[in-house]
Design a binder for this molecule. Structure first.
Ligand code: C2E
Ligand code: CA
Ligand code: CA
Length: 540
């Protein structure tokens, strides 16, 4: 196409040159011919040689020349018109490639190119400021009023943006309801903030579409570009601050925060690492002994997840359980831990129990009961040896849903325990409604209990409540002999804590039993209590 175009151009120029040449030579030739009396001579020559038909012949040449002149003029104007059309089309194509057709603002590509140019300016004259703006509640505009209303609103938004900051910033539409700004070199922090406030205010004014007033707002991320950064990195940072603005409650602006960004990048790395670790079973089930407080006999283990990271070493669950929950990986993680634990415990004394933590999200997974059943079947593990620990946040949302789920779990033959008791809102009423077999008193009340009268009262109260409801009680976080002695006085049945042992990997369990509980024998009473089929104790 480009080649055709340039050939056309050349042809038009050639014809124009020929035309000019023709007229110029005619202009020059005419007086010379007159001077040399060529016309008179020609006339005499044609009269002397009448039989040669010179006059007819020359008439023919004159006619042909005139026809040629007209045809050349016609051709040339046709070609000129064609070239003008092509010029126009090419300009429009260039315009479309750089501009957003809806708003006429720079499109994403052109804006990115401007950012790259700005990166060079910043290197020579720092700093510069850039901003990213995203409309809040824009999706419902399309959903409720249709795409025509959405388009009309975007167009008006663009007009307001231009009216507010068009003179001090270059504006681009990055797509959808996202806009970006590069402020002019002389604009300082105060002016940028003032612009952000003005933009937020402008977008908050209702947009009229036909007879409807459309209410939206916008959030803005601001970035001071003071160091050498690529355009892409500058944009990523502005985007981060935009998300911070959105998180802080919308219709606000926020500045880029390097520390926050570093944290979120680390978190993103951890999230990616975690995904791989779960897939490769890199997260292991470790085991912390649970003992009979009265006799100090071993009755089983709480299963605790441990991640041995290749660079970070052993990572505690507090650093990854939440990430696994937020990124939707907790289901796979939990199942992997449970499978490992059941697989290991299947090889131990069949009277030893294991206690497994289920996170709130996992608890509400409709497949949970079936998945646990499959693992028990696959590992040929006696369901009565398994306790499922759930936290209050799992049950608080909807008691009847929680009750159904707990009953379904109990129907498998497993026991259920309420974990971290005392830290949340669980009341007597909630405990009465739900079929728990056991409550675990949170370690914040247990550790150092012998020296803290306040905690003594709380734990004594919990014990009285549990006795009334015939619930077993496990005290977590026993660290000293004094604490153990106090809990023995309160007749607390089970306990765990650093006093006995921290969580250990599977391979240490036989050694642990051998060295600490070699003369260990599970009493008939303990065995009866822990391994009898759990009956539903709830009173509705
Ligand atoms: P949790 O269920 O309350 O687990 C008990 C925590 O207390 C464990 O921390 C344990 O190491 C710690 N602990 C035990 N005895 C003592 C003591 O005497 N003193 C002190 N200071 N701490 C003691 P860990 O292993 O860091 O686990 C933290 C939390 O992470 C657990 O709290 C549990 O909620 C969660 N978690 C651990 N493993 C899993 C898992 O496989 N799945 C799920 N969903 N959550 C898990
Ligand atoms: Ca627990
Ligand atoms: Ca706990």
């Amino acid at each position: 196409m480009a080649k055709w175009f340039s050939t056309m151009r050349q042809r038009v120029s050639a014809i124009t040159v020929i035309q000019l040449g023709f007229f110029a030579s005619a202009l020059i030739a005419w007086p010379i011919m007159a001077e040399m009396e060529l016309f008179e001579r020609f006339y005499e020559f044609s009269r002397d040689h009448e039989d040669w038909d010179v006059d007819e012949f020359s008439l023919l040449i004159v006619n042909l020349t005139i026809a040629l002149v007209f045809s050349t003029i016609f051709q040339s104007s046709r070609l000129k018109k064609l070239v003008r059309q092509r010029d126009f089309q090419r300009q429009r194509a260039e315009q479309n490639a750089r501009h957003d057709p809806l708003t006429g603002l720079m499109n994403r590509r052109a804006f990115a190119a401007r950012l790259d140019e700005t990166a060079q300016d910043v290197a020579a004259h720092p700093p510069r400021f850039i901003a990213m703006l995203d409309l809040d509640r824009f999706k419902p505009v399309n959903d409720l009023h249709g795409h025509a209303a959405g388009d009309a609103t975007i167009r008006k938004v663009a007009q307001r943006l231009e009216a507010e900051v068009g003179e001090i910033a270059e504006i681009g539409r990055l797509g959808g309801d996202e806009f970006a700004f590069i402020f002019a070199p002389e604009i300082d922090v105060a002016q940028v903030e003032r612009s952000a406030r003005r933009l937020i205010n402008a977008i908050e004014q209702p947009f009229q579409y036909k007879k409807t007033a459309i209410h939206i707002s916008c959030s803005i991320g601001l970035m001071k570009w003071g160091e050498s950064l690529s355009g892409t990195e500058a944009m990523r940072r502005a985007d981060k601050s935009l998300y911070a603005a959105k998180d802080s409650g919308r219709a606000r602006f926020a500045w880029y925060d390097a520390e926050l960004d570093q944290q979120s990048q680390e978190r993103a790395e951890l999230e990616a690492d975690l995904k791989r670790a779960i897939a490769c079973d890199e997260i292991e089930a470790w085991f912390q002994p649970i003992i009979n407080i009265e006799t100090e006999a071993l009755i089983g283990f709480e299963v605790l997840a441990r991640w041995t990271h290749r660079n970070r070493g052993v990572v505690a669950p507090s650093a990854f359980i939440e990430i696994a929950e937020d990124s939707g990986q907790i289901g796979n993680l939990g199942l992997s831990i449970l499978r490992q634990a059941c697989g290991s415990a299947a090889g131990w004394d069949p009277k030893l129990t294991i206690s497994f933590n289920v996170s709130p999200l996992q608890f509400h997974d409709p497949n949970l009961v079936q998945q646990i059943k499959e693992i028990l079947d696959d590992c040929n593990f006696d369901a009565r040896r398994l306790t499922i620990e759930v936290t209050e946040s799992s049950i608080i949302r909807d008691f009847s849903v929680a009750r159904t789920k707990l009953e379904a779990l109990k129907a498998l033959g497993v026991a259920v325990a309420l974990d971290d008791f005392g830290t949340g809102y669980s009341s007597l009423a909630s405990l009465r409604q739900l079929p728990f077999d056991r409550i675990k008193i949170d370690r914040s009340f247990v550790t150092n209990i012998a020296a803290e009268p306040q905690n003594q009262k709380i734990v004594a109260g919990i014990m009285a409540l549990a006795n009334g409801l015939e619930l077993d009680v496990t005290a977590e976080g026993i660290e000293t002999n004094e604490d153990l002695g106090y809990l023995q006085e309160l007749s607390c049945s089970l306990g765990q804590g650093f006093l006995f042992e921290r969580a250990v990997p599977e391979k240490h369990v036989p050694w642990l039993i051998e060295s600490k509980w070699s003369d260990w024998q599970l009493s008939a009473e303990d065995a009866d209590r822990l391994l009898s089929l759990p009956d539903i104790k709830a009173v509705s």
